[in-house]
Design a binder for this molecule. Structure first.
Ligand code: 4AD
Ligand code: MG
Length: 469
């Protein structure tokens, strides 16, 4: 039994051998050809049927999307496209798709909008475009683990159920227990945990405690944001990678982020060319992108060092650009403001011509409580990595490791110390300078695959008004 990918890769060594393959019919023509896909690769396997009676009956019945099993002999292909094809000996049909149902579904072979694909999210995996994105998504996840493993990081599982709000976000998803028989919510004081619990917005605080013993750790898991951000870059449930490293200063953290992102992109360019080429063909046809749009964009990331500028310099640049009348922002530029996506986009896409930018030393007033205060008393050792098209892809910082300073910051920002006592306590048991960051996994997949909407790179997107499937 072989997958289509195995058959096409090992074809030369399997000539005239009898093999079994299973998949879904992508097309059929001239009453003897079937192309079969099983998800293992973007390529289809060509199957040649005989002209005997049984095969003729099968050919009359089959529809696109139907699932079959084929036993056949591997033959050298006469066509130029592929080296081998399969001469069928025996075909079993698992299920025939009713042509009427097919017509209304996204499996009907024609161009469907991404919105339409999303409406049938459960069938998206059978489309070429989405299976491509899912394979790339897998490879990105895989090489992230590979990078950390090869660099001495330990994979840490942080809890999804928490009592704390790491990022100080305005809203969180609260966990409640429901008595399903009585159809009644149970009061949290009598509930399972006897305290208010939420879905975690970040595993950072727990990762910090682990790094202060294991040295280098990383998390890779789902996090939850209840912000009502209905944009093409926000999900309510997304995947985040958070490395945390003891004895790391901000500069080392910045360098790690750059090396890490370049490693991932190089890995995908080297290992996923087939899928990238297919995606590019789709983007050319549907979005009028250039022939080498994806590859050129990815190679630009690899080619140059990322730009590194402080927040204060950033404000100066944006202010000067406005004065020179190169751009007019809808949010006025002033020191202390949070950078909006219009500023980020202008900076990366226009000013730095699509080379990623790392901005550091942000005002403490717009960043989370745990970031290390600079000597100026105004800025913290924060860093954001901005990517072309996407904007912020990484947020990170050097952490405040000094007990008194951290305590003061927690008080100033109204953090409940009774709840986070354990976090503060780590600053009394061999505290050290340490740093880390969070990479938005889905945003990275979005960048690499060139999708406009983050909903099109995650299997089951969770966004405001959408959690059905
Ligand atoms: O900037 P954020 O909120 O940083 C943290 O959570 C830190 N605790 C990370 C750390 O230092 N360990 O989120 C990090 C990244 C963002 O840069 C962005 O790429 C992504 O997570 N992100 C989202 N992705 C999709 N949908 C959302 N709603 C996102 N919010 C943040
Ligand atoms: Mg951020």
């Amino acid at each position: 039994k072989y997958s289509v990918k195995e058959l096409l890769n090992q074809g030369k060594f399997l000539l005239n051998k009898k093999v079994l393959v299973e998949g879904w019919i992508r097309s059929f023509r001239y009453s003897i050809f079937i192309t079969l896909n099983d998800g293992s690769t973007i390529q289809n396997l060509q199957i040649i049927l005989s002209t005997n009676k049984l095969d003729k009956i099968i050919m009359k019945k089959i529809t696109i999307g139907s699932s079959i099993r084929v036993i056949g002999i591997v033959k050298k292909s006469i066509g130029k496209k592929q080296y081998i094809e399969l001469q069928s000996l025996d075909i079993t049909i698992y299920e025939l798709v009713n042509p009427k149902i097919l017509q209304k579904s996204i499996l009907q072979p024609k161009r469907h909008s991404f919105e339409k694909l999303r409406e049938q999210a459960h069938l998206r995996f059978q489309t070429n475009i989405f299976s491509c994105i899912m394979r790339i998504r897998h490879h990105i996840a895989f090489c992230i683990h590979k990078y950390f493993h090869e660099h001495g990081f330990f994979y840490l599982h942080t809890p999804i159920i928490t009592t704390s709000n790491c990022e100080g976000t305005g809203k969180m998803f609260q966990i409640t227990t429901m008595d399903l028989k009585k159809n009644q919510l149970i009061d949290y004081t009598k509930d399972f945990f006897k305290c208010k619990t939420y879905l975690s917005v970040s595993g950072q605080l727990e990762a910090e405690t682990a790094s202060l013993g294991l040295g280098k750790v990383y998390t890779f898991g789902p996090v939850f944001r209840a912000e009502n951000s209905n944009t093409s870059r926000h999900l309510s449930e997304f995947w985040m990678i958070e490395p945390e490293i003891a004895f790391y200063h901000l500069e080392e953290n910045i360098n790690l982020a750059e090396k890490f992102l370049k490693f991932i992109i190089r890995y995908i360019v080297e290992n996923n060319m087939e899928d990238l080429i297919f995606l590019n063909q789709c983007l050319e046809k549907w979005k009028k992108k250039k022939k080498n749009y994806l590859l050129e964009k990815l190679e630009l990331i690899l080619k140059f060092p990322f730009k590194k500028i402080s927040y204060t310099e950033t404000i100066k640049i944006l202010d000067q650009e406005e004065k020179k009348k190169n751009i007019k922002f809808s949010h006025p530029i002033m020191w202390g403001m949070d950078l909006q996506s219009e500023h980020e986009q202008y900076l990366v896409d226009k000013y730095f011509k699509k080379i990623p930018v790392i901005i550091f030393d942000y005002p403490c007033s717009i960043k989370a409580f745990y970031m290390r205060m600079n000597n100026d008393g105004k800025t913290v050792r924060a860093m954001d990595v901005l990517f072309p098209e996407i904007g912020e892809i990484i947020g990170g910082s050097q952490r405040e490791e000094r007990y008194d300073m951290l305590l003061q910051r927690m008080k100033d920002t109204n953090i409940d110390i009774n709840k986070l006592w354990w976090y503060l306590d780590t600053r009394r048991f061999g505290s050290v300078p340490h740093s880390g960051f969070g990479l938005g996994f889905d945003r990275l997949v979005q960048f690499i695959t060139g999708m406009n909407n983050i909903r099109d790179v995650i299997p089951f997107p969770r966004t405001p008004n959408n959690a059905e499937f």
